[in-house]
Design a protein around this ligand. Structure first.
Ligand SMILES: Cc1cc2nc3c(=O)[nH]c(=O)nc-3n(C[C@H](O)[C@H](O)[C@H](O)COP(=O)(O)OP(=O)(O)OC[C@H]3O[C@@H](n4cnc5c(N)ncnc54)[C@H](O)[C@@H]3O)c2cc1C
Length: 319
């Protein structure tokens, strides 16, 4: 009997481990297929914010996102700033820019004029939304305006061949009659010409996956991209979530316990929570994510690094 190992003997099979096979998707190297990312920004309000905004755009641009989207303040309050930011992103970066546009407080003609300006400036992607009333009261369509997002989508289609994203709500929009009515509304927006949906943020991966199942069962085939909000300020996020219908699990509160005066640790917790949420969704086959960046590049860069998305050297642009 020889104790010398056979030269090409196959390795002994590893003992079966149910625990390991359950964990395999989470332990896998993220390098396989890094997810596609897009980033939401809000337009700067002051000169100080302006510098921070463009520094943020510069850092996030290196992650080669699919697009940057720029929000539109309640009642169109940021119209000029949104416009300026979107146009400059399109002009000065290598990343396509998407402009958020809402129905609130404007006639159809006024909204159409904004959309035409985008089209003329070469902006080809609009995130079409109903919006909320500036004071936070019950929604009232503007007389002569687009009443709902589906109507706005149809209007945009008449103006140009935009790529159009719309909002979707894994936990149902707070004003919807029912979850079914809200899903019908999403279908109407897609049937009117929207090309993809981006979801309201949520904290439990299962919430998104259940919603996606319901949407597919209802015949919705368009991409539904999960919206990810890395939170660093739990108290503020809980308040905001109550208003927009996103539930906040107890475990999330516990993770931030005792950290009120410790912003550094809160940022690290935020990055871990968001990266884990994305990786659980990736393990279920989701490959694209939209980050609500709150104009905080360091958090998003850290999360992207964990997800296997690496900054690229930017090509030098002519001129
Ligand atoms: C990805 C994303 C980005 C966002 N960006 C912005 C932004 O930049 N600026 C901003 O102000 N807000 C923004 N919001 C918030 C959004 O404007 C609010 O959530 C708003 O309350 C609903 O907008 P919507 O486009 O989903 O509306 P809609 O799709 O029109 O639906 C709104 C509600 O009305 C119901 N509904 C729809 N049609 C009808 C009908 N014909 N009759 C009766 N009920 C109807 C729906 O079921 C739903 O409850 C964003 C939200 C998301 C998820």
């Amino acid at each position: 009997m020889s104790y010398a190992p056979a030269l090409h003997a196959p390795p002994a099979p590893a003992p079966a481990s149910p625990l390991l096979s359950a964990a395999a998707p989470l332990l896998a190297e993220p390098a396989g297929t890094p997810p596609a990312l897009s980033f939401e920004l809000f337009p700067p309000k002051s000169e100080a914010q302006d510098a921070a905004f463009w520094a943020c755009v510069g850092r996030l641009e290196r992650l080669a996102p699919r697009f940057f989207s720029v929000t539109y303040g309640a009642g169109g309050s940021t119209q000029a700033r949104t416009h300026a930011a979107v146009e400059r992103i399109a002009r000065e970066t290598s990343v396509p820019a998407a402009a958020h546009l809402t129905c609130v407080g404007a006639t159809r003609e006024e909204v159409d004029a904004v959309a035409r300006r985008y089209w003329t400036a070469g902006i080809r992607h609009v995130v079409a939304l109903r919006g909320d009333m500036p004071g936070g009261g019950a929604y009232q369509p503007h007389p002569g305006g687009y009443p709902y997002a589906a109507d706005l989508v149809a209007g945009l289609r008449r103006i140009g061949d935009f790529e159009i994203s719309v909002a979707a709500y894994p936990e149902t929009h707070p004003a919807a009659r029912s979850a079914e009515a809200d899903l019908d509304n999403l279908k109407r927006k897609l049937d009117a010409g929207a090309t993809r949906a981006i979801t309201q943020y949520f904290f439990e991966a299962a919430t998104f996956l259940r919603f996606l199942d319901r949407a597919r069962a209802a015949g919705i085939t368009a991409p539904i991209v999960p919206g990810i909000l890395p939170i660093t300020n739990f108290t503020q996020a809980a308040k905001f979530s109550a208003a927009c219908g996103a539930s906040v699990p107890d475990w999330l509160g516990r993770l931030f316990e005792g950290l009120d005066d410790d912003p550094d640790t809160r940022r690290m917790v935020a990055a871990v929570v968001a990266a884990e949420q994305v990786r659980v969704l990736q393990a279920s086959g989701i490959g694209e994510f939209h980050f609500y960046t709150l104009n905080r590049p360091e958090l998003v860069c850290g999360i992207a690094q964990v997800l296997g998305v690496r900054p690229a050297e930017l090509a030098v642009r002519p001129g």
